[in-house]
Design a protein around this ligand. Structure first.
Ligand code: GDP
Ligand code: IMO
Ligand code: MG
Length: 422
């Protein structure tokens, strides 16, 4: 029996979807614990590309049960679209998808406020999916949860209370037209009918599964540096993607978690604003984007690209407790003669002893680089570690030694078959 947490170790888009799909072969249950439809997890099976936003990436394995925990914020429209998309691809989800009755719902005003605030206040570069405003209401104890859909009268009262505040804000501060209570109530009651078969008491379901010695994989969304507590605040998302979030977001106690798997891109990317010490500029950035197809799976925005950052990864290991790592997109580096890697940061001429998570200091650091030789060899068909060019092995060795975790998987392409297990 094992319970593992799989996390994004950098700024998201490390290839979590692909690795969850690979690993879920060995798990009975895959559970999401935070975030929402801001996530875009890609799985490529043969020539078919599946992008999942809310439903765990284990759904493509027919024997795996998928769970959405209470820590996830659910956009009804996105969820129903995803269920429909899976049905169209003949993926049977009946009896395999369970959603926590305590999960909070993204409401129309959350999406509206997310996009309006991005125009008028501090620009985070959010995905516009209403994530921040929904978590604000959750912590302000005003949120609408799935369980609230059961009682029409109370639901209406709660939405009315919320709209009184939001309409005031929309009208007086943002000069935007007001929203209508009845229309929202009707829309959400319809949604309740559609999702009724999937609602469950998730902490009970998962802890019962543990008692029955089932294997559970918890799938993080986003990445450690986007964590609201440990990331590059305020340029973060509004949840805890780090491994600690897995307990509060599902109801599996920390004492039941056996290991943490970190997904680590062989270089670094970031979408949205905020400091990025190893960011590459100019033509080379464009080349990285092309080689790695670095465009957001949710918004299509071009991702910012940079060199591998061991200082950042050591911090990520510290706060997540990464035991094992999967290195993804190693193939993308095959185009380079030399590969730069950041080994530490300097600030005001002094080498820093730890990662500065406050953005003002992080924005001013100078990365200290080493240069490793490239391999200039197509590795997308390599299926075993031994077949990798010696320079690629040295690159992996550098990562393992400088970050002090064990690499157990190396990914050399988006497909299932393009995976090397060590
Ligand atoms: P996630 O959010 O962490 O699940 O990652 P995304 O799906 O947003 O982005 C990862 C992208 O890289 C997707 O388009 C994947 O299909 C692709 N991908 C995953 N692993 C590899 C790999 O090893 N090599 C290449 N070239 N692409 C990969
Ligand atoms: P996956 O799970 C990469 C980024 C946004 C923005 C910040 C806040 O696919 O790795 P939000 O909409 O969450 O309020 O935006 O977080 N962001 C992601 N970046 N991958 C993601 O998810 C992300 N989800 C949010 O670009 O900078
Ligand atoms: Mg993604």
């Amino acid at each position: 029996m094992s319970v593992s947490v799989l996390i994004g170790s950098q700024w998201g888009d490390e290839g979590k979807g692909k690795i969850v799909d690979i690993l879920s072969d060995r798990y009975d249950i895959v559970a999401r614990y935070q975030g929402g439809a801001n996530a875009g997890h890609t799985i490529q099976i043969l020539d078919k590309k599946f992008i999942l936003h809310l439903i765990p990436s284990g759904i493509l394995r027919e024997n795996v049960v998928c769970v959405i925990g209470n820590g996830v914020v659910i956009d009804p429209i996105a969820l129903l679209e995803e269920i429909e998309f899976l049905k169209q691809h003949d993926i049977d989800i009946e009896g395999r998808l369970f959603i926590s009755h305590n999960a909070h719902l993204i409401m129309p005003y959350h999406k509206l406020l997310d996009s309006i605030r991005e125009k008028s206040e501090l620009k985070i570069g959010t995905t516009g999916r209403g994530i921040g405003p929904c978590y604000i209401d959750k912590y302000a104890r005003k949120g609408i949860r799935i369980v609230d859909l059961l009682n029409k009268k109370e639901l209406e009262a709660k939405i009315r209370m919320n709209l009184e505040e939001k309409n005031n804000l929309l009208k007086k501060v943002y000069d935007h037209e007001e929203l209508d209570v009845e229309a929202i109530v009707e829309e959400y009651l319809e949604f309740d009918k559609a999702i009724d078969p999937y609602i469950a008491d998730v902490p009970l379901l998962l802890n019962d599964a543990i008692k029955q010695n089932k294997n559970i994989l918890m799938e993080g969304a986003q990445g450690a540096l986007l964590d609201v507590d440990y990331g590059t605040y305020p340029f973060v998302t509004s949840s805890n993607p780090t491994s600690g979030g897995a307990s509060t977001g599902t109801g599996i106690p920390p004492t039941k978690i056996d290991s943490v798997i970190g997904i680590v891109k062989a270089y670094t990317t970031r979408v949205g604003n905020g400091p990025f010490p190893t960011e590459i500029t100019g033509e080379l950035q464009e080349m990285f984007r092309k080689w790695g197809d670095e465009f957001g799976a949710t918004t299509g925005r071009p991702r910012r690209c940079g060199w591998f950052d061991a200082e950042l990864l050591r911090y990520s290991k510290l706060i997540n407790g990464i035991d094992f790592a999967a290195i993804t997109k190693l193939d993308v580096l095959s185009n380079l003669d030399d590969i730069k890697v950041c080994i530490a940061y300097e600030l005001n001429g002094k080498r820093l002893k730890s990662f500065p998570s406050d953005v003002s200091r992080l924005s001013e650091v100078t990365p200290i680089y080493e240069t490793l030789p490239g391999w200039k060899h197509d590795i997308t068909n390599v299926t075993s570690y031994d077949e990798l060019p010696s320079e690629a092995k040295s690159y992996l060795d550098f990562i393992e030694k400088s970050c002090e975790f064990k690499i157990t998987i190396v990914s050399v392409g988006p497909k299932r078959s393009q995976t090397i297990e060590l």
